[in-house]
Design a binder for this molecule. Structure first.
Ligand code: BTN
Length: 266
């Protein structure tokens, strides 16, 4: 078994949020590499202040504590490293009924999606930049990922609003997927992805891999911002992780926000 920095794996049958737990551990001086895995979260956190819910014992709910030496404008790459590691792990572990791997892409900024656009996993990075200066440790970032592994088992498990929007590996593979095996491969895949954060060449590769996997580039999108929405064609993801959207020939940069892939004609 290759060595990784992710050997301190803390498991919880039930916890409010693995991200919250590791942020507190980071404040207390925990080193890079601590992992928190939960069977169930009572207050799972999603992006943009949303909640993240999954029934107990079905999905992979995981956070990792990183302390990457990254310039502020490159911090988003910690999230990219985790999303790409998840794509790698799924490719290694999940084989569909026809004997071929399931196809997974990344919707900007960091959702893992199936080829039909349904969401398979979400990634949430949270930083506490005030917490570690005095200890002489690099600033912490906690990156959490929730992967729909065995739930939903079928579309009917989902609320009517989520049907057609979310999917599980079980549904894509046509059978249940072992969460422990996926976790093991996730931690293995994270090691080179996190190492890549610390060199310019590594960061270039992460950006290139993100662009290769990104299903948003080339897609008609609606960008929802706090002060309104606009529609255009996503044309690039910059090295800083920002989305460039062509709006009637004028490029607009999206730093954060919600992006909806719009079907032509809708
Ligand atoms: C999203 O909104 O798409 C991001 C969801 C991130 C959910 C994961 S589950 C494990 C970790 N702990 C949390 O509280 N959230 C993340």
């Amino acid at each position: 078994m290759p060595e990784t920095r992710f050997v301190d794996v803390r498991r919880f049958e039930s916890i409010d949020s693995t991200n919250r737990y590791l942020l507190d551990e980071a404040r207390a001086g925990a080193p890079e590499g601590v992992v928190a895995v939960a069977d169930h979260q009572t207050a799972g956190r999603g992006r943009l202040g949303r909640t993240w819910e999954a029934p107990a014992g079905a999905n992979l709910l995981l956070s990792v504590l990183l302390r990457p030496l990254l310039a502020p404008e490159a911090r988003h790459l910690s999230t990219t490293a985790v999303a790409l590691a998840a794509v790698d792990a799924i490719a290694a572990v999940v084989i569909g009924a026809a004997g071929v791997g399931v196809e997974v892409g990344i919707k900007w900024p960091n959702d893992l999606v199936a080829s039909d656009g349904r969401k398979l996993a979400g990634v949430l990075a949270e930083a506490d930049l005030a917490s570690s200066g005095s200890r002489g440790l690099p600033d912490p970032v906690v990156v959490g990922i929730g992967i729909n592994v065995n739930w939903p088992a079928v579309d009917e498990d989902l609320s009517p609003e989520l049907r057609g929007a979310a999917v599980s590996l079980r549904q894509l593979a046509g059978g249940s997927v072992d969460r422990e095996t996926l976790l093991e491969h996730m931690l293995l895949a994270l090691e080179p992805r996190v190492s890549a954060l610390s060199t310019p060449e590594g960061r270039t590769l992460l950006g290139d891999d993100l662009r290769r996997q990104c299903t948003t580039i080339g897609t008609r999108v609606r960008v929802d911002l706090p002060d309104g929405s606009f529609v255009g064609t996503a044309v690039a993801v910059t090295d800083d992780g920002h989305l460039t959207v062509d709006v009637d020939g004028v490029p607009r940069t999206v730093v954060a926000g919600d992006v909806v892939h719009v079907r032509p004609g809708s």
